[in-house]
Design a protein around this ligand. Structure first.
Ligand code: LMR
Length: 409
């Protein structure tokens, strides 16, 4: 037998990040990978995370490198669940909690992957519906799970707006019972365009009526608006308003805790009845998949999240850190917009301030994106997606000037 392997295209986001890393131009700007940066273009380990790390170091727990359970770190699991679904410890919520099977994952990608694999094994959906466009890794994840993919319209290029009508009519007419619909809980990646509450309600109703299975990807809770409640609104609405509907949530802590490389995440499968025995069977089957793939989620990052979420004072500090990140991003949107208006750059640019979260879907063409990279050493995705946190007070005028130039020429 001989190895039969053909090259696959490299991952665009990480290839671009590498190209940026080795670029020696002094004015280079990374608007590629979705990571938070300070106004000096530096990573920002959250102050609350640094504090938690110090406390953990001082405690020097002899068990800190031991195995955890296959489902993950036991105290972390309900904390992750409660952050996502919003329980406040009321006894009436015990029943609702019995609907949710939670396991620890290898961050958001791992949660998406585990969920896709679980559904592929146990539900065998005919199709998964992804938004057009979506995070490119969604494509890869579902391809590897062996589930055929289709897309629903999401972005209206001429108006640069969310194409709600297109999404609804596509799912209404073409999706079939049992199909999975992948939804971004907030801060849609790459467009930065989210449904409003009324639209979410209509999407939930459509899923319920057509018996579609909602699969939420929640990668930006607290990071998008600065409020963990606001950013969880859609997930919590589906959960409470549609108790007869099954769904699941992939939860990442990469952005909202700045723990990108630590790989902290959780996967929640929501059943349609409050049955702890059903929930336990779901966990048991998830554990079977986890054991065969990676045995258990990593430990160090969850220890930090656990430390923060279990201490009211630290939670407050975390919320303040989230505000720092989300407001700097918002102010950079405004600064870029103001510069483009000042330069009278041809086109309309309001969408830059209207979009939400880490990214702006700029509407720049492939040719313009390449020109920005080749002539100005400014890196963004081929789709025109720009990671706004790569902007700073120091480089925003340079970036606006470059955009102005490539748009005019
Ligand atoms: C991004 O979209 O840039 C981030 O979510 C990083 C990643 O894993 O792709």
């Amino acid at each position: 037998t001989r190895l039969n392997v053909a090259p696959v295209p490299p991952d665009e986001i990480f290839a671009l990040n590498h190209a940026f890393g080795i670029d020696t131009h002094p004015q280079k700007v990374s608007l590629g990978v979705g990571v938070y940066r300070t106004d000096d273009g530096k990573p920002w380990p959250l102050p609350v995370v640094q504090k938690a790390e110090k406390e953990l170091e001082a405690a020097s727990d002899a068990f800190r490198h031991e195995y955890t359970a296959i489902e993950g770190d036991a105290p972390f699991l309900p904390m992750a669940r409660d952050l996502m679904f919003g329980f406040e410890g009321k006894p009436s919520e015990e029943e609702a909690k019995a609907r949710i099977a939670t396991v620890q994952t290898v961050a958001g990608t791992g949660a998406n992957h585990l969920g896709a694999l679980f559904l592929a094994h146990h539900m065998k959906p005919r199709t998964v519906w992804l938004s057009n466009p979506s995070w490119a890794n969604h494509m890869t994840i579902w391809e590897l799970a062996g589930i055929p993919r289709k897309t629903y319209p999401y972005y209206h290029a001429s108006t640069r707006a969310f194409d709600f009508d297109g999404m609804m009519s596509s799912l209404e007419n073409d999706a079939e019972e049992g199909d999975v619909v992948l939804l971004h809980a907030c801060a849609h990646n790459p467009t930065g365009l989210d449904p409003n509450k009324e639209q979410w309600i209509a999407i939930a109703e459509l899923c319920e009526r057509k018996k579609l299975f909602p699969f939420f990807d929640s990668a930006y809770q607290g990071f998008a608006s600065g409020s963990v409640e606001e950013d969880a609104w859609a997930v919590r609405y589906f959960f409470t308003a549609k108790p007869d509907m099954e769904m699941c949530v992939a939860q990442s802590f990469s952005k909202n805790f700045g723990l990108y490389g630590d790989r902290v995440g959780a996967f929640h499968y929501v059943t349609n009845r409050a049955s702890s025995s059903l929930r336990d069977v779901v966990v048991n089957n998830l554990c079977h998949l986890i054991r065969g793939e990676f045995s258990m989620g990593p430990r160090a990052g969850t220890a930090i999240v656990k430390k923060v979420l279990s201490d009211e004072a630290l939670v407050k500090e975390w919320h303040a850190d989230l505000k720092v990140m989300s407001s700097r991003i918002r102010s950079m949107r405004e600064a870029l917009y103001a510069e483009l208006v000042r330069l009278q750059t041809p086109g309309t640019w309001e969408h830059i301030v209207q979009q939400n979260g880490m990214f702006s879907y700029t509407g720049l063409t492939l040719k313009q994106v390449y020109a920005l990279k080749d002539q100005y050493h400014i890196y963004l995705l081929k789709s025109g997606r720009a990671s706004i946190s790569g902007l700073s007070k120091k480089n925003v005028a340079y970036v606006a000037q470059a955009i102005d130039d490539v748009v005019r020429n």
